[in-house]
Design a protein around this ligand. Sequence first.
Ligand code: ATP
Length: 304
Amino acid sequence: MTAELWARAKINLTLGIVGRREDGYHLLSSVMQSVSLADKVVLTRLPGSGPKIELWSNLPYVPRDSRNTVWKAVQAFSEHTGIPARVRVAVHKAIPVGAGLAGGSSDAAAVLRLLDQVYETRLSAETLTSLALSVGADVPFCLTGGTKLAQGIGEVLSELPPMPFCHIVLCKPPVSLKTKDIFAAYDAQFEQGPASQTLSELEEKEARLLTALEKRDLAGVAANLYNGLLPPALARCGHIARIMAFMRENGALGTMMSGSGPTVFGIFTSRKRAEQTAAKLKTKYRETFVTNPTRPNGSGRADR
Ligand code: ATP
């Protein structure tokens, strides 16, 4: 039996670090938004018995072993259900890797849903969320996507009004920023925890952004984007500030970095403007895309 799902990328409209747990995990507050750029994940249940994971990806540099998030998701499913999953998973990557767009997290979330389907396990939303969290902090959000406030380490999710329709240009500079390094640089900056000034800026922007979502006010959303990880990322990658400035000069209502970077996104009302800006950026930055926000469980069209 074969089943497939689109695994969508996400952007962070806001991302603030609000504290740290004793085990070192960062406590976050983030408005997350799924977008139409997607990997295609195809899962086939293999005949025979005993556990087996065969992984395939169109990108040779994506690991095909236990380092892959997909592998981790299959193992988490098998351990929880007691079913020795025997599957082949093909991941057709379209989401840039190591980009701050949760590509690996989204693949893992898709695999959990596909396993639930092909093994007819009917896992509850709570169980899926806890399996997802065991793979990574962004995976619970990726199970459904849409527009959500993520808190805790990513597992406390609240549904928000959908982001108004718009065109979102994604541009990834040709560098990889390791999530771990960016958080370490952030921590070094605030050894005693986030400065109160930073927290109040986050709270203010987040509150305004939530109000803008309720009012379906795209300009209000675009004016209140926030990412606490931007300063350490800017210090390591000069492209980020240049891309943000270029998007603004070309009519973006707002721009920000997604996650721990280095991908920059820009929000546009005009599709033409978005496409023109993306075309110009593409001459320098190959991994540039025009996408749209998607709703929870966004089926239908995906950009490839
Ligand atoms: P996040 O926004 O959740 O931090 P990201 O977009 O920054 O994620 P990914 O694209 O998920 O980062 O990849 C980060 C690392 O994980 C890469 O070095 C990659 O080799 C590895 N990896 C493991 N599984 C996958 C996968 N399924 N797809 C892409 N990369 C994967």
